[in-house]
Write a protein that binds this ligand. Sequence first.
Ligand code: F3S
Length: 402
Amino acid sequence: MLQLSTEEQAMLAGELGPGLQKAMEIVVALGRIYGARRLVEVGSVQVAGVSYRNLGEAGLEFLSQWADQGVRVLVPTTLNPAGMDLRAWRELGFSQDFAGRQLAVIEAFERFGVRTTCTCTPYLVGNVPRLGEHVAWAESSAVSYANSVLGARTNREGGPSALAAAITGRTAAYGLHLDENRRATLRVDVRCPVRTSSDFGALGHLVGKAAQNRVPYFVGLGEAQSAALKALGAAMAASGAVALYHIAGVTPEADCPHILAPGCETLVVDDLRPAYAALNSDARKIDLAWFGCPHAGLEEIAEIVRLLGGRRIKAALWITAAREVQEQAEAQGLVAAIESSGGRIVADMCAVVAPMQELGFRTVATPSAKGATYLPSHAGLLVRYGAVERCVEAAVSGVWRD
Ligand code: F3S
């Protein structure tokens, strides 16, 4: 039975206005569906469902009408990527029609008081939850990072439920907010080398498929940098809706006593080739090399600059990143270096939710397993999946070489 505080009851009764009432109705409905006993206050929210391509006219109208009720977010709230770069859309070839509607979506979120960061890596732009902090995030790769790498507590919220959590400052206490659901329920013994970010993505693809909502506990992975952990979590979220994982000796909750649930099954991974095979098409000519899924950090951008070594590219090359990261890259001369080769650091957007075919792209090389999973089904593109080095070479030559 869900217990509400006096203030929460007042919100639900509409005493604080219809916009807040609607938000509390959503939070409470989810709490009842999932058998929560109480609500928890959240430290931050990450809202997804931003691209006009996914929202459509109905989604835009829903947001605008809710914003018209004058309601504002109560806690710091960041926003997922949109379907285009909000400033450079014209140069990149987006249509005026799409841009107008996308900007209207962003304007609606601004009216709620949402920080329109338009990134799936809010933790790179100041939204960094503390260990054990309850948050309500919606973007699957960010949810995985927050839970696993930062040790914060969030379920994967939907678009409206995250916005409702931001407006009420609360979410229902069920799922990964509770200690008992954070224990590992699948032990994964890694017995093959996992070196590059794309190897971590390939591992994540295989484990996500096997895990299907369970909580993996990795043994045998050793050291892993932030970019590798982003790739691993994003891949598992895409292939198996995994929202939390632990790595022995690496992630903050992995060494807690009793982290492994009794009787949990063991999965042995000794070969990543099946994942590379599953994520690759047979495309040869490459239109676009896409990096930054999840959005790139400065080190990842610097690595691409190093690999390009000033060479001109034949295919397009995009690195998607948060606008703040793009600005930092500009200050360090990385934007100029990428552009001198013919590439772009593109802010605010994600290729999976952008109208990529309308921009003339048919084939994409990417080191992101999440991108490789979704681009064919969501954007209608053929994908080549491999290490960053191979994708850079594909951009330079315009061809994928085996
Ligand atoms: Fe981010 Fe889009 Fe990839 S939201 S994780 S760039 S699929």
